[in-house]
Design a protein around this ligand. Structure first.
Ligand SMILES: [Fe+2]
Length: 157
């Protein structure tokens, strides 16, 4: 049994349940890929996990970006560019794997791990703090006033 590549800790929690759950799933897939390589499950098996990881990353980025859009996150454009750059790199990698000019390696895994760790800690946490704050203000209700009917307020969810 290989050492775990990416050990989850609460330091990576951004405070938005949906995002945190998806980050854990990304970490799980990354660890699965690491294990498959370490135990030499073969290139088909590792490629399958990598494709799953790439697909789940797209879904996850789309979720994050839609939460950013609905909350009018000021750093949205920049954050989206960071996501797109990674997706682009992964597509290039997949093409290289298809043409046989690259192999899934431990270096690649360490790159993905470092990318995810830094992205969570440096970028997603900023959004997490912003989101928690916006959500709190969106749910804020004024104290009911006599004679005035309370208006329903739009909530993020
Ligand atoms: Fe992100």
């Amino acid at each position: 049994m290989a050492d775990i590549l990416f050990k989850w800790s609460d330091d990576y929690t951004v405070g938005v349940a949906e995002i945190d759950e998806q980050h854990k799933e990304l970490v799980r897939l990354l660890n699965d890929l690491h294990q498959a390589i370490h135990e030499r499950h073969g290139s088909d098996a590792s490629r399958k996990i990598l494709n799953e990881l790439a697909e789940y990353t797209r879904v996850h980025f789309a979720v994050e970006e839609s939460l950013m859009r609905i909350t009018h996150y000021p750093d949205f454009e920049n954050h989206k560019k960071i996501h797109e750059a990674l997706i682009q790199q992964v597509v290039e990698l997949q093409n290289k794997l298809d043409s046989g000019t690259a192999k899934i390696s431990f270096e690649l895994l360490h790159f993905l791990k470092q990318w995810l760790m830094h992205h969570i800690v440096e970028s997603d946490k900023l959004f997490g703090a912003f989101f928690t704050h916006s959500k709190a203000s969106a749910n804020w209700m004024p104290p009911p006033q006599a004679g005035e009917q309370q208006k329903s307020r739009w909530k993020f969810w």
